[in-house]
Ligand binder design. Sequence first.
Ligand SMILES: Nc1ncnc2c1ncn2[C@@H]1O[C@H](COP(=O)(O)OP(=O)(O)OP(=O)(O)O)[C@@H](O)[C@H]1O
Ligand SMILES: *[C@@H]1O[C@H](CO)[C@@H](O)[C@H](O)[C@H]1NC(C)=O
Ligand SMILES: *[C@@H]1O[C@H](CO)[C@@H](O)[C@H](O)[C@H]1NC(C)=O
Ligand SMILES: *[C@@H]1O[C@H](CO)[C@@H](O)[C@H](O)[C@H]1NC(C)=O
Ligand SMILES: *[C@@H]1O[C@H](CO)[C@@H](O)[C@H](O)[C@H]1NC(C)=O
Ligand SMILES: *[C@@H]1O[C@H](CO)[C@@H](O)[C@H](O)[C@H]1NC(C)=O
Ligand SMILES: *[C@@H]1O[C@H](CO)[C@@H](O)[C@H](O)[C@H]1NC(C)=O
Ligand SMILES: *[C@@H]1O[C@H](CO)[C@@H](O)[C@H](O)[C@H]1NC(C)=O
Ligand SMILES: [Mg+2]
Length: 672
Amino acid sequence: MLLLVLLLFCTRSLPVRSSSDQFVYNGFTGANLAVDDSSFVTSDGLLVLTNGTNRLKGHATYPSLLHFRNKSPNSSIHVLSSFSTTFVFAILSEYTDLSGYGIALFIAAAKNFSTTLSYEYMGLFNIESNGNASNHIFAVELDTIRNVNMGDIDSNHVGIDINGLKSVKAASAGYYDDKGNGVFRNLTMISGEVMQVWVDYDAKRAELNVTLAPAQVPKPKKPLLSHQVDLSTVITEWAYVGFSSSLGDMSSRHCILGWSFALNGSATPLSYTKLPKLPKARPSSHMVLSVVLPLAIVMFILTVVGAVFFLVRRRIKYAELQESWEDEFRPHRFSYKVLFHATNGFSDDKLLGAGGFGRVYKGTLPAHKLEIAVKKVSHDSRQGIKEFIAEITSIGRLEHKNLVRLLGYCRRKHELLLVYEYLSNGSLDKHLHNHEMDRTLVWDTRFHIIKGVSLGLSYLHDNCEKVVIHRDIKASNVLLDAEMNGRLGDFGLARLYDHGTDPLTTHVVGTIGYLAPELARTSKSTPLTDVFSFGMFLLEVACGRRPVLLDDTQDSHVCWLVDWVLEHWGKGDLIGSMDKRLGGNYDIDQASLVLKVGLLCSRPSPCSRPVMRQVVQYLEGSMPLPDMSPTSPNFGTLALLQSDGFEAYDMPFSVSSKTSCILESDCLSGGR
Ligand SMILES: Nc1ncnc2c1ncn2[C@@H]1O[C@H](COP(=O)(O)OP(=O)(O)OP(=O)(O)O)[C@@H](O)[C@H]1O
Ligand SMILES: *[C@@H]1O[C@H](CO)[C@@H](O)[C@H](O)[C@H]1NC(C)=O
Ligand SMILES: *[C@@H]1O[C@H](CO)[C@@H](O)[C@H](O)[C@H]1NC(C)=O
Ligand SMILES: *[C@@H]1O[C@H](CO)[C@@H](O)[C@H](O)[C@H]1NC(C)=O
Ligand SMILES: *[C@@H]1O[C@H](CO)[C@@H](O)[C@H](O)[C@H]1NC(C)=O
Ligand SMILES: *[C@@H]1O[C@H](CO)[C@@H](O)[C@H](O)[C@H]1NC(C)=O
Ligand SMILES: *[C@@H]1O[C@H](CO)[C@@H](O)[C@H](O)[C@H]1NC(C)=O
Ligand SMILES: *[C@@H]1O[C@H](CO)[C@@H](O)[C@H](O)[C@H]1NC(C)=O
Ligand SMILES: [Mg+2]
C-alpha cells in the first residue's frame, strides 16, 4: 500500500522517462498528450493547439521525457542521437490573408511554459528568456506573421530556432515538387489546407533537414531547409518533444492531425486515411456569413440611408410649391435649384439690398450668361397669390423700355421668388439721396428719368385690355439701366400686402408719403392712387428731398414735401424748392413744369388729379397745364397734419376727402 502511494507520488512529481524511442499518432485519441492553456484534443482525435482569439498560447507535449543522449560505449560523454519526426497540420483562419502567429515543434528540457508569452514568442519564450542558451530549446517554427523584431523574412515561413525565435535559418513556405522536376511551389500555411512537415536530424553529420509538402504529397526529395547545426549543446540528455502555438489578435485554430517521432531512425510514416477529419473548413462560408454578409448589409443600409438622406435634404433644400392653377404660368417658372445656384446659394455677397418685402440678390443664369436680380419675398398667406402671379406674369409679357422686365418666378413654402432682369445702375433713390458720393444726378438725367417713368406708368394704366395698377411707385422702385433710363420695378407687389388694412407695417413706413390719402379710407388702389404717388415722386426728384421728412429744427415735426413746395410757391418762389445740389443748372421752365405736375398729381382729392395719359402729355409739352395757383382749394393743404404729428397720419385725408363729393370709381371713369 505504502509502495503504491509512493509510486503514485513518484509518477506525479517526477518526470516520466520513456523507455521507448519512438511513437506514432494518426489522430490523438488516447494519446494522453499533456495539453495546457487553450489546447485540447477533440473527440475525433484532432489536436487543437489554439482555438479562438486574443493572444492565446497553447502547448501539447508528449507526456514522457525522451532519452536524446546516450553514453558512448568507450567514454562518459553523452552523445546526441539522430532523430526524425513528421506531423500533419492545418491552420484554420477566420480570414484568408490574416492569421497568426503560428505553430512550433519543439524539443525542450522542460514542459512548464507558464512564464512564456504568446504571439511573437510562440509560447516558447518571453522577453528575458528569448535567445538565452540556458533555455535548451530547439524548435522548428511555422510562422504566419512577419515580425521584424525576430528578423522574420515574411509572413509565411518555416524557420529553425535555437533557444530563441530569431531563426538561425528560414525559408518561405513551399516545396520542391518532385513531379515537376523539383520546381519550387509556394504554399500558404494559413490557407486551411492540410500540410505535412518532416524534421530530420543526422547527429553524426550535424545536419538538419526540414521539409514541407501539401497533404498526400510524398516527402519531397529536396528539403525546404537544410542546415548544418550541432544540436548537442542545445538538446539535453532527457528532453520533451511537443508543439507550441500562439495567436495574435486574429481568430484562428491551429490544428495537428497526426504526429510520428523516432530516435535513431526514420519516423514511421503517417497514414492519411486514419487521420481525423478537420472541422468543417468553414472559413469561406463562415466569412461570408459572419463578416461579409453583415458588412454588406451594413454598407447597403448605410448607402440607402445616405442616399435617402441626400435626396431628402435635396428635396428639402430645393423644395418648391406648385399648384395646379399655376400650370398656365409654367413658362414663367424658374426652378429653385437654378436660382439657388445662380445666386451662390443666396449668399450675402450677392445681396443687392433689402426692402419692405424682402431681400434682393444678384445672380447670373449660367445657361444664358444673363444677369438677374432675384427678390425673395416671404409670403405666408395663400391669399392673393394667384391674382398676383397672374398679374405679374401678364406684366412680364408686356415689354416696355420703362418697365423692369420680370423674367419669371418661383414658389416655395412661405416664400415667393421673383426674377427680374438686373439693372446695373441700381435704384434711383440711391443716386438721389446719396450725400456721401456727392454725385448728384444732373437735371437732364432727372428729367429723362421722369419722362421715362411716366411713360412706363401710363403704359401700365392705359396700354392693354386690363388696367394694371402699380401700387408702389417711389424712388427706390425706379431702377436705372446702363443708359440711365428710368424703369419701374416691383409692380403689383403691394397687392400681396394690403396697405389699407395694416398701414403701419415696416413696409408702409418706407412708403409713407407716397400713399394717396383716400387709400386709408377705402383701401382700394386705383390708377389715381398711382398718380398721387407719381406726383410725390416728381417732387422728390426735383427737390431732392423725401416726400416726408422729420424736421429736426422744428421739434421733430413731420414736414411734408408738398407743403414745403406749396410754401415756396405761395411766396412766389416755386423754383426755390428745387434741389440745391443742382446748383441752378436746369431749365427753369422744365423745372417749374415738373414741380407743378407734381403738385397737380398729389392733390388730396383723387378727382382733381390728372390721369397718367395727361401727365405724359404735360411733361412732353404737348398739352398746356391747367391754370393753377398755390392757393387753389384743390391743393387742400396737408399742413393740418403738422400740428398732430405722425399719429394723425390718416386724419387729414378723411378731412380732406369730405370735400371730395365724387367717388374714386366715378373719377376713374370720368377721367378716362
Ligand atoms: N432689378 C434690379 N436690378 C438691380 N438692383 C435691384 C433690382 N431690384 C432691386 N434692386 C436693388 O435692391 C434694393 C432693394 O430692393 P427692394 O425692392 O427690395 O427694396 P425697396 O425698393 O427699397 O422697397 P420695396 O420693398 O418697397 O420695393 C434696391 O434698392 C435696389 O438697389
Ligand atoms: C473551439 O472552436 C470551436 C469552433 O469555433 C468551438 O465550437 C469550441 O467551443 C472552441 N473550443 C474552445 C475551448 O474554445
Ligand atoms: C572511443 O571514443 C573516441 C572518441 O571519444 C573515438 O574516437 C573512438 O573511436 C572510440 N572507440 C571505440 C572503440 O568506439
Ligand atoms: C510552472 O512554473 C511556475 C513558476 O515558474 C510554477 O509556479 C508552476 O507551478 C509550474 N507549473 C507546473 C505544472 O509545474
Ligand atoms: C540566461 O538565463 C539564466 C538563467 O535563467 C540567467 O542566469 C542568465 O543571466 C541569462 N543570460 C542572459 C544573457 O540573460
Ligand atoms: C512565391 O512566393 C515568393 C515570396 O513570397 C514570391 O516572390 C513568388 O513570386 C511566389 N511564386 C509563386 C509562383 O507564387
Ligand atoms: C538532407 O537532405 C539531403 C538532400 O538534400 C540529403 O542528402 C541528406 O541526407 C538529408 N539529411 C537528413 C538528415 O535527412
Ligand atoms: C542510438 O544509436 C546510438 C549509436 O548510433 C546508440 O549509442 C544509442 O544507444 C541509440 N539510442 C537508442 C535510444 O536506441
Ligand atoms: Mg423695390
